[in-house]
Design a protein around this ligand. Structure first.
Ligand code: ATP
Ligand code: MG
Length: 472
């Protein structure tokens, strides 16, 4: 049936990032007047719609073109709706088929659902009702295709030791990890907060011959200088008043393995000198100790600050910088690799659904479009938190925009702040109406006056929103 589901899903993922796409309907009915009415309505609503007189003609069209859904009458000569449904199902399990049934033909409807019909609409129907059903079916189909595609990608090539990403910069990072993991060289990982520096450090360790030995991490900005020093180098009993016992330093704990010095730019200058010496001599002397001990540790350092700037400002030693930065890995911020967002979002969704015992399979298109376009100043960590929160809040099988957007809904000043994100206009409108309604103490009349619309318009909007929510 033309483009394969997989290829099409790939196509969709790209489209979601760029623009929304026309929904394509094939309408099948032997009643010419009906065909014309339905085609005219959907055409005016911005859909691409083709019509067919009976099942055979529908199959012909399906062979030549791609559709997002088929809406078919039941009773037709040549090939009826059920036969058409049967034929479609044997070729494509995902293409939604909506049946139009005559009033009272409940048995046929039951049979149709058993055969795999997506939904049915009893006659006579309102165009708006059909539209809602069509939209829902297409949304579901797109989501399932995208899900399947994302799951395949997650399982295949686009992850490396828990690091997810298919973008070119991430592929280069994987390549780099593979190349340097086995060497003894020290590595400096640079990247904004939340870009995955610690994850990369672990991947380096666990892909190296050092993996059976410890991976130890210390955050250099979290401790005052003296504590940091004793943590790193250890002390002997009696070295200072509180040294009641001997304590092994992290250099020793990590012997044979890897030591991650996180936020290395916060390392005080005095300690920088001591670390430099340790790296040169490959030995440490605990505080208060009289002899040195050999250690074999690979140092990975991480920073979200510009170390070269720190060198210029004389807060970081140049000689230490060159010792640490034998190999450099730079992690790009998430906004520079937006093509990774759907994959990451699905990965976190799988993870947190499992953790929370929920069955959530994907995101609707408004939610995904928000995720793909949001600014993500906190990078992958912020995305992860957003998805975790959405999973906890969600009561349905699909994450909607309401569950992912709220964090950005209001800034501290109470004003709307979407950062650089592109939020669907419908959502912005919905939020704005909510805000005005709140400010009017829930009075629709007052809110309508403030918004410059009639209260009838506002009532109708709220009603249709409620109906849509109920149908979902
Ligand atoms: N590419 C990725 N794939 C999957 N998860 C990721 C990725 N990058 C980051 N994460 C997740 O995001 C969170 C933050 O990652 P990590 O702690 O490695 O970031 P960081 O760069 O060290 O941040 P910080 O500078 O704030 O310490 C973690 O939960 C991590 O598992
Ligand atoms: Mg970190």
């Amino acid at each position: 049936m033309g483009l394969s589901a997989r290829k099409f899903a790939r196509h969709r993922t790209c489209l979601r990032i760029e623009t929304m796409k026309k929904k394509r309907i094939l309408f099948v009915d032997d009643d010419a007047e009906m065909r014309e009415l339905v085609a005219e309505f959907f055409h005016s609503e911005g859909y691409a719609i083709s019509a067919a007189e009976h099942g055979k003609e529908a199959l012909n069209q399906l062979n030549q073109l791609d559709f997002d859904t088929v809406v078919t009458d039941l009773r037709m000569q040549e090939m009826d709706g059920l036969a058409l449904l049967h034929e479609i199902r044997s070729r494509d399990p995902l293409l939604p088929v909506i049946l139009i049934t005559a009033f009272g033909s409940i048995e046929t409807a039951v049979e149709a659902i058993k055969e795999g019909a997506t939904n049915f609409v009893p006659k006579p129907f309102k165009m708006q009702t059909l539209k809602l059903i069509v939209d829902k079916a297409i949304e579901q189909k797109w989501m399932m295709e995208e899900n399947r595609f994302l799951k395949e990608e997650l399982g295949e090539r686009y992850s490396f030791h828990n690091i997810i990403g298919k973008s070119k910069p991430m592929q280069q990072v994987y390549q780099m990890i593979r190349q340097v993991a086995g060497s003894q060289a020290n590595v400096l990982i640079e990247g904004e907060s939340g870009t995955g520096k610690e994850l990369v450090a672990k991947a380096l360790h666990f892909n190296s011959p050092r993996s059976p030995r410890p991976f130890v991490a210390i955050n250099c900005s979290a401790l005052p200088e003296t504590l940091l020093e004793s943590e790193l180098f250890g002390y002997v009993k009696g070295a200072f008043t509180d040294a009641k016992t001997t304590k092994q330093g992290l250099f020793e704990v990590a012997d044979g393995g890897t030591l991650l010095l996180d936020e290395i730019s916060s390392m005080p200058l005095g300690l920088q000198a001591k670390i430099l010496r340790t790296l040169q001599d490959q030995e440490i002397r605990p505080l208060g100790g009289t002899s040195s001990r050999k250690v074999d540790v690979r140092i990975i350092s991480a920073t979200n600050k510009d170390l070269e700037g720190a060198i210029e400002e004389r807060t970081f030693r140049e000689d230490l910088y060159y010792r640490l930065n034998v190999i450099s890995i730079v992690l790009p911020p998430l906004r520079r690799r937006r093509e990774d967002i759907p994959l990451l979002a699905q990965h976190f969704l799988n993870h947190y659904s499992r953790l929370n015992n929920k069955k959530i399979s994907g995101f609707d298109s408004a939610a995904m479009s928000y995720l793909v376009n949001a600014p993500w100043k906190g990078n992958v960590r912020e995305l992860e938190n957003t998805i975790e929160r959405a999973v906890v809040l969600s009561n349905s099988e699909i994450i909607t925009s309401a569950e992912v957007i709220p964090m950005a809904r209001k800034s501290k000043t109470g004003k709307f702040d979407f950062g650089d994100a592109f939020v669907p206009l419908k959502e912005v409108e919905k939020m704005y109406i909510e805000k005005v309604l709140q400010a009017s103490g829930g009075s629709i009349e007052k809110a309508a006056r403030l918004l410059g619309v009639s209260s009838r318009t506002l009532y109708r909007r709220k009603e249709s929103e409620a109906r849509q929510n109920a149908e979902e």
